[in-house]
Design a protein around this ligand. Structure first.
Ligand code: NAD
Length: 249
């Protein structure tokens, strides 16, 4: 029971086949009380109910600072404490760089990057007051290698921004006992890419993955568990690749 007595907030956990829900299930199994925040309020409530009555699911748009504060307030009213924040919510858009317009640029930055800032800011007063907390943020291999099969250049930019934001937060919050880390997954089989990878593309992708398989949500959930638990008590500002070896060079 690595998370016994702890409360964890996980954004983007409504999708039954997503990384967020796999993380929520993993944390609950390790003794945590989980709050799932998602744009899909009904999905968040359903996902939480599936985990058990002590867990909560709340609608929240991470691009809206006031909504993040409201949702975190609701979590605190229900649970009295927040020990862990997993900034997982995100969206992709498979378009070429020359097709990115101001609206798509803004939308991708808002959800993937600004959302990490707003939700982290919302938990900061509570974590700073308690002088404890673990925040883990979702970046992507797209931030490291540029582009991606499914995300566009704007997605790569946003996920690279998450790395910088997380490292800066790690520096500023360390004195308050708050750790901030990132994960950079490779290609993980979820709804975000379901049906979008042709057989040819799959063969090509696997040629570059030494472990010779695509990732599954549990692969990432396990790393979030490590970063959320006291096993990583002396780890902050770190970036952990979860990509089957895709970037070995
Ligand atoms: P997913 O679509 O199942 O999960 C994304 C979740 O974010 C959804 O539940 C969605 O409703 C929620 N969301 C979207 N916009 C939101 C908003 N404004 N406010 C709150 N919630 C919002 O897909 P997933 O693959 O599980 O993705 C989870 C995260 O992992 C994303 O940040 C994604 O970019 C990242 N990621 C995924 C992969 C992959 O291959 N699947 C690889 C690297 C990184």
């Amino acid at each position: 029971m690595l998370l016994k007595g702890k409360t964890a907030v996980i954004s983007g956990g409504a999708g039954a086949r997503g990384i967020g829900f796999a993380t929520a299930k993993t944390f609950a199994a390790q003794g945590a009380r989980v709050a799932i925040l998602d744009l899909d309020a009904a999905g968040a409530a359903k996902a939480a109910a599936e985990l058990g009555p002590e867990h909560v699911g709340i609608g929240c748009d991470v691009t809206d600072k006031a909504d993040c504060a409201r949702a975190i307030g609701e979590v605190l009213a229900a649970t009295g404490r927040i020990d862990i924040l997993i900034n997982n919510a995100g969206i992709t858009q498979a378009i070429k760089v020359w097709d990115i317009d101001p609206e798509s640029w803004a939308r991708i930055q808002d959800v993937n990057l600004k959302g990490v800032l707003y939700l982290s800011q919302a938990v900061m007063p509570h974590m700073r007051e308690r002088k404890a907390g673990a925040i883990a943020c979702m970046s992507s291999v797209s931030a490291q290698r540029g582009g991606g099969i499914l995300g566009g250049a704007h997605y790569s930019a946003a996920k690279a921004g998450v790395l910088g934001l997380a490292k800066a937060m790690a520096r500023e919050l360390g004195a308050d006992g708050i750790r901030v880390n990132c994960v950079t997954p490779g290609l993980i089989q979820t709804d975000i890419n379901a049906g979008k990878i042709s057989d040819d593309a799959r063969v090509k992708i696997l040629e570059n993955i030494p472990l010779n398989r695509l990732g599954v949500p549990q692969d990432v959930a396990n790393i979030f568990l490590f970063l959320a638990s006291d096993l990583s008590a002396y780890v902050t500002g770190a970036v952990i690749d979860v990509n089957g070896g895709m970037l070995i060079h």
